[in-house]
Design a protein around this ligand. Structure first.
Ligand code: NAG
Ligand code: NAG
Ligand code: NAG
Length: 192
């Protein structure tokens, strides 16, 4: 009984003292803030290979992405504003599509400009091979005319738990012959 009273007296004193000196309150008063994320890789590069399904050539045995229906509008739409492409693309360690597999990228982009090609991307890179395994969540705009497009890493799981950072995207190769194919590189700078 006595020790419990002493205890609550100490707590009250600490609380009072804490109020008076709030600006120097030790961080140990908030133990949940002290948890640290494990450090995953600070650099990570992958290459994403996409082949669009094109009904004109009906490449139903070799595609990774499909376009949604065009918007039902009565005016010209030269930049396909409002069209979505959903993809499940192989990703590799090197730029060639026959390079070592790392896993796959799944997500979509939406064409979101009336005046140029901009592709708003939201996808997960599921890295299932190699030294670092886990998910990388990527978000941002690909403006086609920019030589380097800066997207962001907004999170991750596994080896990439809590990752944030920059995803610099460049076009490695594009073949416009239907069905259109391209390879993008993603160079990531990651912070945990
Ligand atoms: C497009 O919109 C018009 C006008 O509302 C409608 O009559 C037509 O059925 C729509 N077409 C499609 C493919 O939804
Ligand atoms: C891989 O790339 C080669 C050469 O660019 C191409 O001929 C082949 O169709 C591609 N394979 C796949 C699965 O896209
Ligand atoms: C990543 O891919 C592996 C292998 O296909 C699968 O087991 C896992 O569930 C995938 N993770 C997500 C979040 O899709």
């Amino acid at each position: 009984m006595a020790s419990r009273c002493t205890c609550s007296l100490v707590v009250m004193l600490v609380v009072a003292l804490g109020c008076a000196t709030i600006s120097v309150a030790p961080t140990s008063a908030f133990p949940s803030c002290e948890r640290e994320l494990p450090c995953g890789p600070s650099k990570f590069t992958f290459y994403l290979h996409n082949t669009v399904y094109n009904p004109a050539v009906d490449n139903k045995n070799s595609f990774n992405s499909i376009y949604s229906l065009p918007p039902n509008i009565s005016f010209p739409n030269p930049f396909a504003f409002g069209v979505r492409n959903t993809f499940e693309d192989p990703i590799t360690e090197g730029p060639s599509n026959s390079s070592n597999s790392l896993g796959k990228a799944q997500g979509f982009y939406v064409l979101d400009s009336f005046t140029e090609f901009t592709l708003f991307h939201l996808f997960t890179a599921n890295i299932t091979e190699g030294e670092h395994k886990g998910i990388i969540n990527i978000f941002g705009q690909v403006r086609e005319v920019d030589p380097v497009r800066y997207l962001t890493v907004v999170g991750g799981t596994g080896a990439f738990l809590g990752a944030r950072g920059l995803a610099s995207c460049t076009l490695v190769d594009i073949d416009h012959t239907p069905p259109a194919k391209w390879t993008l590189s993603f160079d990531l700078d990651l912070y945990y």
